[in-house]
Each structure stands twice: as C-alpha cells, then as structure tokens.
Design a protein around this ligand. Structure first.
Ligand code: MRU
Length: 353
C-alpha cells in the first residue's frame, strides 16, 4: 500500500466546464463516450437549458455552471453597484435555479453569487467572476481532500461498487465518490471497481466506465439489477456513492437506485460510503421526506441511443433520484471530515454555523 500524498496532476485530466473569459464551454455529456465535444454557452438561458438537458450534470458541476451562467447574465445588465445588479440579475438566477430541483449545490452556488453582490461596488462584474472561479477552485480542492479521507477508510485489497457518475465529469475535477476510488486505487487499497449501469440515462455505463478508462483503471460494469446478487457473492466490500443533497439528519438524496444499493449493502454486511462536498449539505432540509425528487420525461426510459427499447404506447414513471435514510449509511465524507453512522446530532455538530 502506498500512503504517500497523491500526485493529483497524474489523474483526471477531464474538465467538463471551461470558462474562456468570453463563453462557458461544456463537455456534452449526452454524447459521451462516443463523441467528445464541447458546446459553447454565451448567455445564462443557454446555461439553464444545458443544465436541464443534462449537457452538464452532477451536483457540484451544475452549481459551478450556474455560477458562470450568472457571470454571462451580468453582461446584459447595467448597474452602478452590486446591490442594483443583484436586483436586475434575479430573473436569470431564478431561471438557473429552476433548471433542476434536487441537487442543492445549484441553489448554494447561486446564493454565493447573490451574497458577494451585496457588498460590491462598481466593480461588481469582476467580483462575480472571481466568485465563480472560487466556487470551481474550492470544489476541486474539496474533492482531493475527500479522496484522501475516504480512501483512508478502505482496507488494502478491497473491492468496491459505485453508482452513477461522480467523477471529474460531475465536478470541477477528480470527483467525489470517484475521487475516493481514484485515491484508493492509487494507494493499493482498492483492487476492483464495479460500476452500475445507472438506468435509464446510463451515467455508469457511458460516463464512469469511460472516465475510469482515461485513468487506466479497468472497471467492471454490472446491470443495476445485478447489484444485490453481486453483494451476496461477497465480491464487494464498500459501496461508494455521491450525493445531491444531504439533509440535517443525514438522509441523502442521490441517483435513483442508490437506496436499493444501501438496502442490499446493509443486508449483506457491505459498508456504504457517501462522499460529497459540504456544498451538498443542506441543514435547512430536516429529512429526506422534504426533498423534491426530480421526475424527468418518461421518454428517457423508452429508448437507448435513439433506438426504442420499450413496447409502443405505454406509460412510464421516471424519478431520477431517491433518498437513502441515514441509518443505512456507514460514513459520510466531506472535505471537513468523516462522519461515521451519521445522525442529526453528528450532522449538527459538523455543519451548524
Ligand atoms: O442526474 P445526474 O446525472 O445529475 O445525477 C448525478 C448524481 O446523482 C450524482 O451521484 C451526484 O450528483 C453526485 S456527483 C459528484
């Protein structure tokens, strides 16, 4: 095992969000892994649409994209002070905030942009640009720290399973759960990585598998429905996932299917780790019951890659997140530290201001 500090620059060269100084370039995640192509957004409405359409996705990444969306919106605003600009930017901020409902990182990033405007003078545009860059830089730093903290929980030679995509593609870089996996592999703690397909949008099959390959890590893909059986065979020591919102009692929203994994993990004695920056913690939401779970177009379930896979003329229900209760989580890892067996008191101690 190699516990020396990671040479982070060796990893995760993928960057899903690029600010050119003039436009926001987003790596189009609808087309990966077959087409690697950036789309340029030159206005905040285009950024909101890109977030809604999943061109950019993953909780931290949509917060970062929204922050740059505010910088773009600022170009259409004339104001002498940050306070005046804040009023004029509010419609654009609301449009960005409405793009997706479940990941709190979106509202969190917009709140940061709003807050810095409060005290800004005539240079408020520069203040906004610096804040958007800070949000991105802090996310990358948090992911690297979480990688080290999370990997330290994993015994050498462990096999792990992950769900959805929580890597560089979903963040400013390195990733949350996938960051822990990157660090764990680099340190020799993780021997084998299973990636769940993540139906219906296939974030696991299309994005996580591709992203790990870029780092020379060979993932083993499993159908979502195979996860409980995999755990029963004893092939997995940890399930490691990200989060879209962590509530005040530790309940955690993440990609649909996460809850099933947590139930199966507990039943089979497999440990369950949630990895997310503190920007994903929402102490204002008391429990998972209060989270708005996004339901997307059922059409996402009828076809793969444009080829229809379902019988014609049927209905479908397409919730894209679920809530894992805190009692099924062994560890929540943020950049601030590790909370084992989370509950309201431990969350309060770690995150109340
Ligand atoms: O619908 P998506 O692809 O945006 O869902 C993403 C997830 O659920 C991730 O697990 C979560 O955002 C954490 S990403 C670091």
């Amino acid at each position: 095992m190699n516990d020396a500090r990671l040479d982070f620059d060796r990893y995760d060269r993928i960057r899903p969000i690029r600010w050119t100084g003039d436009s926001l370039e987003l790596l189009d995640q609808r087309k990966l892994p077959f087409v690697v192509e950036y789309v340029a957004c030159t206005g905040s409405a285009a950024v909101a649409e890109a977030i809604h359409a999943l061109t950019v996705r993953g909780a931290p990444a949509i917060g970062i994209a929204a922050a740059w969306g505010v910088v773009l919106a600022a170009r259409d605003v004339q104001a002498d002070s940050g306070a005046e600009a804040a009023l004029k930017l509010e419609p654009a901020m609301q449009q960005l905030n409405a793009a997706r409902p479940t990941a709190v990182n979106l509202a969190w990033a917009l709140a940061r942009m709003r807050n810095v405007l409060g005290g800004a003078g005539p240079d408020w545009r520069d203040v906004l640009t610096r804040e958007a860059q800070s949000i991105a830089d802090e996310d990358l730093a948090a992911n690297r720290r979480m990688g080290e903290l999370g990997a330290a929980l994993i015994a050498p030679g462990s096999d792990v399973m992950t769900h959805c995509n929580t890597g560089s593609l979903a963040t400013a870089g390195f990733g949350t759960a996938l960051g822990v996996i990157r660090a764990g592999v680099a340190q020799g703690r993780i021997a084998k990585v299973y990636a769940g397909e993540t139906r219906p949008w296939l974030q696991g099959a299309r994005l996580t598998a591709w992203e790990l390959q870029q780092d020379g890590i060979a993932p083993t893909l499993v159908a979502d429905a195979a996860a409980a059986h995999l755990m029963k065979t004893g092939a997995v020591d940890w399930v490691i996932v990200g989060a879209d919102r962590i509530c005040a009692n530790g309940d955690t929203a993440n990609k649909i299917g996460t809850y099933s994994l947590a139930i199966a993990a507990r039943h089979h004695g497999v440990k369950f780790m949630v990895v997310a920056p503190s920007s994903t913690v929402d102490m204002a939401t008391p429990s998972g019951d209060a989270i708005h779970i996004e339901e997307r177009d059922p059409g996402e379930m009828f076809a793969i890659g444009g080829v229809r896979t379902a019988a014609p003329d049927i209905a479908a229900w397409n919730p894209v997140f679920d809530v894992t209760p805190a009692e099924l989580i062994d560890a929540i890892v943020t950049e601030k530290g590790v909370i084992e067996r989370p509950d309201q008191a431990k969350m309060q101690a770690a995150f109340s201001a």
